[in-house]
Design a protein around this ligand. Structure first.
Ligand code: MEV
Length: 297
């Protein structure tokens, strides 16, 4: 059985969403594909290597199998992973692989799980591995589309394209979420104040996103990035990338946990195409389909 799940960009509100503020998240057209076959032992094959159940090398896949076994006590399974999503880049590769593994297991072992149930298990896996998280990444990998969370209200995004540029430095969500938690411990009122500002930025963006108002989205990306810098999740490479993009007419911000990884930007089509000549990146259309079965691997 084969299944796939999409990558995501957080358009507004990362980190603040861990503390109950709003975020807007969209699935994008890069996917992680998972093939599973019944077997007498557990074997996980990915670009990282081949292992059995291994919580160090393949933590998300191993916990996904462990959680699935609580529902159906399977003896073994062969899991093979092929992904278009760069890992540790802020694009939700961990959640995409988790959700795709669960969907493929569900199909192969005929457990008839609903997408809501797949999301609930993936949410547990996120907490198993990271210990902390808002559930936004497994949510979007499961349901696709564009949403404002935690309300789970769909955002009808206008016809826009975005640019995603990879700084090629690693973004490790658990580390960055912990870093922000430390800062908040020391400066609770300041950091909560910043989260409130991020919340206002996110709420202001809904109308602009629905109208496809590039100018307003650009301004709000700038505000959101300033706040992310203030809570310590930007770095030199990210700032330099964003500055160079700005010179080319593209407004950009971190997407996901930061500390490395990707930035997401917007500008007119010409500006984004010039940016693509200078950077390792791609154009994306927000709102890709969520987890699904596939015919081909
Ligand atoms: C990671 O993609 C987004 C964060 O807000 C963490 C989370 O929401 O779980 C940094």
């Amino acid at each position: 059985m084969i299944a796939s799940a999409p990558a995501k960009v957080i358009l507004f509100g990362e980190h603040a969403v861990v503390y109950g503020r709003h975020a807007i998240v969209s699935a994008i057209n890069l996917r992680c594909y998972v093939k599973v076959e019944r077997s007498n032992e557990i074997r996980i094959k990915s670009p990282i290597g081949i292992t059995g159940l291994d919580f160090e090398v393949h933590p998300y896949v191993s916990y996904a199998i462990k959680r699935f076994r609580e529902i159906k006590p399977i003896n073994g399974v062969n899991v093979e992973i092929r992904s278009e999503i760069p890992v540790a880049s802020g694009l939700g590769s961990s959640s995409a692989v988790t959700v795709a593994v669960l969907k493929a297991l569900d199909g192969e072992f005929e457990t008839g799980l609903s997408d809501e149930e797949i999301f609930e298990i993936a949410r547990k896996v996120e907490l198993d591995v990271q210990g902390i998280g808002s559930g936004t990444d497994p949510f979007i990998a499961t349901f696709g589309g564009t949403w404002i969370v935690p309300e789970r209200k769909a955002v009808k995004i206008g016809k826009i394209r975005l640019i995603v540029v990879n700084t090629k430095e690693k973004s490790v969500t658990a580390e960055m979420v912990k870093k922000v938690a430390e800062l908040r411990k020391k400066y609770r009122n300041i950091v909560d104040g910043i989260f409130d500002v991020i919340d206002a930025i996110t709420l202001n963006s809904v109308d602009a996103l629905e109208k496809g108002d590039i100018k307003t989205i650009s301004e709000l990306f700038f505000f959101n990035q300033c706040m992310l810098k203030a809570i310590g999740v930007s770095n030199r490479k990210i700032e330099e990338t964003i500055e160079k993009l700005r010179e080319l007419g593209v407004s950009a911000k971190i997407t996901g946990a930061g500390g490395g990884g990707c930035v997401v930007g917007i500008g007119d089509e010409g500006s984004m195409l010039s940016a693509l000549k200078e950077f390792s990146g791609f154009l994306v259309e927000p709102g890709a389909e969520g987890v699904r079965f596939e015919d081909k691997f």
